[in-house]
Design a protein around this ligand. Structure first.
Ligand code: ADP
Ligand code: 5GP
Length: 219
């Protein structure tokens, strides 16, 4: 469901927080409830178009899940280190989610943009709202599960959460699903029911940006 055209969406709002001259292709922000399928879609995008997209590796204070790698999935840090770096101004945005800190460092986005790749950020709703206050001007995409029941099933099947963190994530999901309807918050809402269909929608929405990158890297 295309909420509004993707072209020419760079908001002209005043009073934005500068991101220290970051430049390059227009970034993409993926948001949506935990368990909606953001990482799954993102992994496929990076597998299929690895030379065009780059993932902005966030920092988090949560523990790594089995198979997650430091520096690839996240930078896993202590709360103390993260708070120090936030105070030093190293982050574009940060938020507390389900009892842990998460944040996008300026260095993470810069590293992707330096390669002339489309930087993809995976952030929660607070991150979306905070990025709107910066001059990053990404395309905002909300990944939505078909229903809260399906979301719960997927989170349970992923087998990464305790009952406590599952409950926190589902509570946040309820709020996120409502917020996603807010006029102008997202450029595109993708309902991730069938994975292939959802992926095709994502790929199609980003096809113009991909062509732009391919054109500039060939010239
Ligand atoms: P997120 O990154 O948004 O938290 P994940 O990508 O980890 O979500 O997906 C949550 C779980 O749901 C994973 O186990 C994933 O394999 C599964 N999943 C993702 N998309 C689909 C889909 N369309 N159909 C069924 N299962 C899915
Ligand atoms: P998870 O613990 O499942 O990896 O992530 C939990 C939530 O944190 C997800 O909604 C994810 O989008 C969000 N998240 C991951 N990295 C960041 C970040 O850098 N900033 C913000 N604001 N949210 C993030």
């Amino acid at each position: 469901m295309l909420r509004r055209p993707l072209a020419g969406l760079a908001a002209a709002a005043l009073g934005r927080v500068p991101t220290d001259g970051m430049s390059g292709p227009r970034p993409v922000v993926l948001s949506g409830p935990s368990g909606a399928g953001k990482s799954t879609l993102l992994k496929r995008l990076l597998q299929e178009h690895g030379s065009v997209f780059g993932f902005s590796v966030s920092h988090t204070t949560r523990d790594p899940r089995p198979g997650e790698e430091n520096g690839k999935d996240y930078y896993f840090v202590t709360r103390e280190v993260m708070q120090r770096d936030i105070a030093a101004g190293d982050f574009i945005e940060h938020a507390e989610f389900s009892g842990n800190l998460y944040g996008t460092s300026k260095a993470a986005v810069r590293a992707v943009q330096a390669m002339n790749r489309i930087c993809v950020l995976d952030v929660d709703l607070q991150g979306v709202r905070n990025i709107k206050k910066t001059d990053l001007r990404p395309i905002y995409i909300f990944v939505q599960p078909p229903s809260l029941d399906v979301l719960e099933q997927r989170l349970r099947q992923r087998n990464t959460e305790t009952e406590e963190s599952l409950a926190k994530r589902l509570a946040a999901a309820r709020v996120d699903m409502e917020s996603s309807k807010e006029q102008g918050l997202f450029d595109l809402v993708i309902i991730n029911d069938n994975l292939d269909t959802a992926y095709q929608t994502l790929e199609e929405a980003l096809s113009e940006e991909m062509k732009n990158v391919q054109r500039t890297s060939c010239s």
